[in-house]
Design a protein around this ligand. Structure first.
Ligand code: KG4
Ligand code: ZN
Length: 338
């Protein structure tokens, strides 16, 4: 029985997971979102996030234990995200989880947030299966060859903006509320994806790498050219989204071919995008491959994915020392950020 805390950015989250003979059960996964608070600033304000984590963590742990119907004494292992993320935010969750482990004399695991995303589509099956993983979040765009738990090889990454970052920056240009991703998806549904022809970066020397900054600039120039940009909002959103999706799908399929993986999994906030899911599902089906997704609650930042990664860690390695600290630049496959 493992309790995990996630506090790397602006969501305070707590989950309880259990492994028994029947497999893995996520008993609860609670999220206390701060999106409304940060929306006013158009992005996450680290100090505000940290203060809110500190206020929310204790009642959220209580609520999670109640929701799971588990007493603190029954938790055998504690875990928390140790990076990458905002230093002041990470500190709150990690310190609290280590405090619980110290007070109860139980073991502790520090978790890489990106590994949490990467493995999240496998929570249902209870094990990390060999696959090609695409992580598309606010800070990262990564294509990873996953051979087994902990054995990861980086195949591609963004050379500038992350996919979610591009959604958020274009959202800001379009004066949409933060975060831009879900807003752009909403407006794109009403628009024509062929209305504007935005670029798709090819990157001949590194075909599995991504680049979204040229696309972002192309949208900006287009907006400057239009007399009344707001009247083209849906078409701009649809055309921008189509460009991002085309790059993601093409490179993912190329990486699948190169690695011969039969399973493709997508994770991270942008993986919530229904148009992306549909485009990938179509492409994957055409190749006779299998697509793994998680439900939205396990796709954007959450503690369920951290609990699952920690559970696998507890089955594969010895616990971490309680001296372990945060690492805001913690790397997965040698990539610190983006
Ligand atoms: O994984 P996540 O919750 O946090 C990070 O670790 O970054 O990802 C957040 C990102 C934001 O950039 C947000 O705009 C994007 O995921 N996002 C979406 C959608 N939902 C969230 N992007 C496109 N379409 C969506 N439906
Ligand atoms: Zn994340």
């Amino acid at each position: 029985m493992l309790l995990a805390i996630e506090s790397s950015c602006d969501e305070t989250a707590v989950a309880v997971i259990r492994r028994d003979a029947d497999g893995v059960s996520l008993l609860t996964s609670l999220i206390s979102s701060q999106i409304e608070i940060h929306r006013e600033f158009g992005g996450v304000v680290p100090e505000v996030a940290c203060r809110n984590h500190a206020q929310r963590i204790r009642p959220l742990v209580q609520a999670a234990l109640e929701d799971a119907g588990v007493a603190l004494d029954n938790i055998t292992t504690f875990a928390a995200t140790r990076g990458p993320g905002l230093a002041s935010s990470l500190l709150v969750g990690l310190s609290y989880a280590k405090g619980l482990a110290a007070a109860t004399g139980k073991s502790f695991y520090g978790v890489n947030h990106m590994e949490g995303h990467l493995l999240s589509p496998f929570l249902d099956s209870g094990k990390s299966e060999p696959h090609l993983g695409l992580i598309v979040s606010g800070g990262h765009t990564l294509l990873i060859d996953v051979r087994s738990f902990g054995d990861y090889r980086l195949l591609g990454r963004t050379i500038d903006d992350a996919a979610g970052e591009a959604f958020d920056k274009v959202g800001r240009m379009l004066e949409l509320p933060y975060p831009g991703g879900p807003e752009i998806e909403k407006h794109a549904r009403e628009g024509n994806p062929k209305a504007f022809r935005f670029p798709r970066a090819v990157l001949k020397d590194d075909p599995l790498n991504f680049s979204f900054s040229g696309l972002k600039t192309a949208v900006l120039y287009q907006l400057q050219k239009l007399e009344d940009p707001q009247s083209h909002l849906a078409d701009i959103c649809a055309s921008f989204q189509a460009s991002v999706i085309e790059s993601l799908v093409k490179k993912t399929l190329l990486a699948a071919k190169e690695t011969s993986h039969r399973i493709i999994a997508i994770s991270g906030g942008v993986a919530c995008n229904k148009a992306l899911q549909e485009a990938l599902a179509t492409a994957v089906e055409k190749e006779g491959l299998e697509l793994r997704l998680s439900p939205p609650a396990l796709t954007t930042d959450n503690a369920g994915m951290i609990a699952f990664a920690a559970l696998l860690a507890s089955e594969n390695r010895t616990p971490d020392d309680l001296n372990i600290g945060i690492d805001p630049n913690l790397k997965v496959c040698g990539v610190a950020n983006r």
